[in-house]
Design a protein around this ligand. Sequence first.
Ligand code: GLA
Length: 684
Amino acid sequence: MWDEPRLRFGGDWNPEQWPEQVWAEDVTLMRRARVNLVTVGVFAWSRLEPAPGRYDFDWLDRVLDLLADNGIRAALATPTASPPPWFSLAHPEALPMTDAGVRLYHGSRDTYCAAAPAYRAAASRIAGVLADRYAHHPALELWHVHNEYGTVCYCEHAATAFRAWLTARHGSLDALNAAWTTSFWSQHYSDWEQISTPRATQYLANPGQLLDFRRFWSDTLLAAYTEQRDLLRAANPAVPVTTNYVLADWVPVDHARWAAEVDLVAIDHYPWSVDGGAEEQTAFAADLARGWARHGARARAAAGPPATARVPGDAAAGSAWLLMESAPNLIYTAGRMHAKEPGRMARHSLAHVARGSRGAMYFQWRAPVGGAERFHSALVPHAGPDSRVFRETVELGGILDRIAETDGAVVEASVAIGWDAASGWALRHPGLPSQRIDHHGEVAAAHRALWRAGFGCDVVLPGDSVDGCALLVLPALYLASDAVAAWARGYVEGGGHLLVTWLSGVADEHARVRTGGYPGAFRDVLGVRVEEFHPLADGDEVPLDGGGTGRIWAENVGLTGAEAVRAYAGGVLAGQPAVTRHRHGAGTAWYVSTRPDDETYRRLLTEAALAAGAAPTCPAAPAGVEAVRRRGAAGSWLFLLNHTDRAHRVAATGVELLTGAAVDTAVEVPAGGVAVVREAAPAR
Ligand code: GLA
């Protein structure tokens, strides 16, 4: 099933919230909209197991049979993100605890500690029972484990597991004490039992402890996932297994590392901007997901041939991923809900599909009458099917059918941007020179600049192969091990073009600062040596020569081989280099020591990308029209997404798939609309 080009369309369906006659109407509407995949059972634990060990599967049997009879497939979820009240009352020690030691009660969702043995046992039990019952059900297309892993706990179970994890990671207390620099503030540990989770403390906590706790918790959640995955796989190895990633920088999950353990990367994406920022966030989320998927596929390939179902991705990179949730309409932003403009729901979904998603899925199918999220948008809103949103749903279902041939084709990109979960976590420590530094935000800013300039971008993990990319950008890659430093050096020495931004390579993998001048790990390849940071205050800017400003951060950059490309044009650093370029080996390495304003950043990255031989995807696309090209064995497809409120004509030749019209010289992309052109002569 996953081998064929076919785009998935649907969302979370919660028949357990409705009387059975509504199910029949739901399925009729799904067929009308060409829905072909629905997620079921995500939060249904208390319906499936109303009392410990007493199961009620009759309703789910009927739901899955109904889907199968109607040709709709199921992403069947394990319900472990929401333990029933009986579980929490029987196992209060398995409720989550905040860093201040406060136990959180049931009454919401995600009220569990993933390190608590009772929770893990109960979760495995319900997953195992579901696996036994449904692994060969004809409706089953995908297992959807849990929901958005991310809940953190600081309780004693977590502390015990943390100590075991630390023992495995560091081997000895001496190594741990060195990694955490416990000589500072008398924190030396002389017994493993002295180490706890990073509970709320009097003043700044130890950065090494915080960083290791994030890594540990990501691994703990991953173990909770793989435990269930293995049960599901054992019951039927042909059915792929995944879990939906929540995209937020607070999430203690290293999504790239997890990608090796899922058969299909699945993301939930809810852009929070109501202006053009939403389109930029959408493109970034999709490129991230594809990058994680590719990273995971390569890690799996290195580990040996697959023993179980894998969802094939694009031919070249194996980067299969799926938009598992998004909002059809109302999104929550700045204290209120905002309705998406007509056409925007489809445009966002198609932007994900353009960037490799194997479909467009939503939260949720039908809006509930009660519950905490009763006003969350849905494909079938409270108003019912006689509504704009449902009409747009039907329209989108038709579009996805018409562009299905693009599924699986390679997304074209000539620039790669580095992303690293651990750098993001390390930069959240309050003892840094500025509280405005955010790795994820810096990666997004570089992506935004390149997106606005029309370059296709891949996201890579430090150490990944960057073959075929013209320019590699490493934004605020704060942590760099010796291996990562060697990777960047090897890339440039071999002829690569690298652009590194401020605060990269400053610390090693334990968040210990590299001495001798910043940016320690990349000093040689960049040909610079920084003695001092000059963090800027909120609202402060520093002028740059050639126009534009730097924000957030500045540095006094000493040249040790590099040439200055731009200088600071004011303030204490006036006249000193702000942006540098260094010929190193057969390649070139740029250093950007401040965060340029968006327009200056766009110009700067365009200059570096063009110098590296990268080209925008569709130079003819006017401002506000996003272009993505995909290539497959049968040719190439140009996706054009018009984010403006007027129609635009864009030079292209071939066939426009939404209308079926021949395109001789140019295609008209309607205001707020999308065109997908099967290109006559694949552009090169
Ligand atoms: C997440 C969850 C859903 C729902 C939505 C609301 O994606 O997985 O259950 O809460 O957010 O946006």
